[in-house]
Unconditional design. Structure first.
Length: 142
């Protein structure tokens, strides 16, 4: 009888526990898109800061992306006016996850009214070729 009581208590405890390893499909998709952007951005930075600083668009084919990597969204990269821009369409949740991956870096955010948001107190302009609401990373190449 004691064994049955202990078993029932354990089953009751297990029923009340929340399994943290089982994220929703939406959360998993958000994290996957964020990681996909991060891999692309990192490879663009590696390419540019290894000496390829010519102004203009950066072709994905010129990057040394992992063989298993596939572009989940149309990410873009361009050098213009001494800055490197890496951008693409992303939801606010995906942008937040990317910012978390980069420890809240102010070099990454959302394009809003021609600016990078959030900002560090100054204004970081974002060119018109980056659509409103897109995730964008802005760094100087000079």
């Amino acid at each position: 009888m004691k064994a049955l009581a202990v078993l029932m208590i354990l089953l009751g405890l297990l029923a009340t526990l929340r399994f943290r390893g089982m994220d929703s499909q939406d959360d998993q998709r958000t994290e996957t898109i964020a990681a996909n952007y991060a891999v692309y951005r990192n490879e663009v930075h590696r390419y540019v800061f290894n000496g390829h600083k010519t102004p203009g668009d950066i072709a994905t084919a010129s990057l040394d992306l992992p063989t298993s990597w596939s572009m989940l969204r149309p990410w873009h990269a361009r050098i213009e006016a001494g800055c490197l821009y890496v951008w693409g369409q992303a939801s606010p949740e995906e942008i937040a996850v990317v910012r978390d991956l980069y420890w809240g870096s102010y070099a990454i955010g959302r394009a809003a009214a021609g600016r990078l948001f959030p900002s560090y107190g100054g204004v970081t302009p974002v060119p018109a070729f980056v659509s409103e609401g897109d995730i964008v990373s802005v760094v100087s190449v000079e």
